[in-house]
Design a protein around this ligand. Structure first.
Ligand code: IPM
Ligand code: MG
Length: 359
């Protein structure tokens, strides 16, 4: 049976970067069946909801799903449950893609674009493994209520269970084992939480350690624990000391944005969200919809193209194709290809041309 890739371009710069990604996909995997769907604001405009049941069903039936971006000021006044972001969260939850892999990789050609000094980031290659379908993002109860005195109270519930913590911990150790970077300061897996103030954080730490002691110690992969605020600090002090950072949904969200800036541009970073083996993953660039530059041909398509690369690697079993894509991006950068976010002048499609030329 032919593999299918469901493309959900979404909002803002999403459609522009997906357009370039499609050119790459058609070139390197002509047998891959490409399908299209709506998500986020684009779906809301058409169907009154950011994610239809039909789109979710098609996503579950695809080999992999590639999403552009969702959101924009246009939908700021829409009720929360109909906001574009809810389409993304619904897709994550519906596909049960609990393991979000966010590599922060500094391409040699871009080391000077980082906010940090070259020696701190040159050769940086760390991976954030973020739990994606639990924690405070989905915990109940949540809401905003009006109190008797007329003031209001907003609340969310941060919660994790043993199975949720164990399954994401296994993914982090599996990957850390394959990477083998045990000699770094926090090499192997560095699990982060706020066990000093949060009960769910204390449980996180205890369950990661318990699983390690029971099943993972023998892999030889070291385990470190770190408070999330300390991790934010060490990420700018000694970023290359990390290897795989294991984090819950909220801390993973924040730390991955921080890590992205170490690499020079958020426009370069892909992500993969995986479920259990054999189920479709959700691939998306880490950058958002960037409404300020949408429709102007200024967006950097690299993160989307590298998200396709991750789909080839993690879901479609096309490792050689994945290697070819990442090499093409790297070579194009070495030859000087730069969009505006990287200090250059190239348009979105010119960057696409430069990468295609290397394939
Ligand atoms: C991300 C984004 C999303 C998140 C938003 C758009 C809901 O920030 O993928 O990191 O918070 O998970
Ligand atoms: Mg985020």
């Amino acid at each position: 049976m032919a593999q299918t890739l469901l493309l959900l371009p979404g909002d803002g710069i999403g459609p522009e970067v997906i357009e370039q990604t499609v050119r790459v996909a058609e070139k390197v995997a002509p047998d891959l069946a490409l399908e299209y769907g709506l998500v986020g604001g684009a779906s809301y405009e058409e169907h009154g909801t950011p994610l239809t049941e039909e789109t979710l069903t098609r996503a579950k039936g695809a080999s992999a799903v590639l999403l552009g971006a969702v959101g924009g000021p246009k939908w700021a006044g829409v009720p929360r449950d109909k906001r574009p972001e809810m389409g993304l969260l619904g897709l994550r939850k519906g596909l049960d893609v609990y393991a979000n892999l966010r590599p922060a990789l500094c391409f040699p050609a871009l080391a000077d674009a980082s906010a940090l000094k070259r020696h701190l980031v040159e050769g940086l290659d760390i991976l954030i493994v973020r739990e994606l379908v639990g924690g405070v993002y989905f915990g109940e109860p949540k809401g905003i209520e009006t109190l008797p005195d007329g003031t209001r109270r907003g609340f969310d519930n941060a919660e994790y269970t043993t199975p949720e913590i164990h399954r994401i911990t296994r993914v982090a150790f599996d990957i850390a084992k394959g990477r083998g970077n045990y000699d770094r300061t926090w090499g192997g897996v560095c699990s982060v939480e706020k066990s000093n103030v949060m009960d769910s954080g204390q449980l996180w730490k205890e369950e990661v350690q318990a699983l390690y002691d029971a099943e993972l110690k023998d892999t030889g992969v070291p385990l470190h624990h770190m408070l999330a605020d300390a991790c934010a600090m060490q990420l700018v002090r000694e970023p290359k000391g990390f290897d795989v950072i294991l984090a819950d949904n909220l801390f993973g969200d924040i730390l991955s944005d921080e890590a992205s800036m170490l690499t020079g541009s958020i426009g370069m970073l892909p992500s993969a969200s995986l479920s259990d083996a054999g189920k479709p993953g959700l691939y998306e660039p880490v950058h958002g919809s960037a409404p300020d530059i949408a429709g102007q041909g200024k967006a950097n398509p690299c993160a989307a193209i590298l998200s396709l690369e991750m789909a080839m690697r993690w879901n479609l079993d096309r490792i050689e194709t994945a290697d070819a894509i990442s090499k093409a991006v790297s070579t194009a950068l070495e030859k000087g290809a730069r969009t505006r976010d990287l200090g250059g002048e190239m348009s979105t499609s010119e960057m696409g041309d430069a990468i295609l030329a290397e394939l």
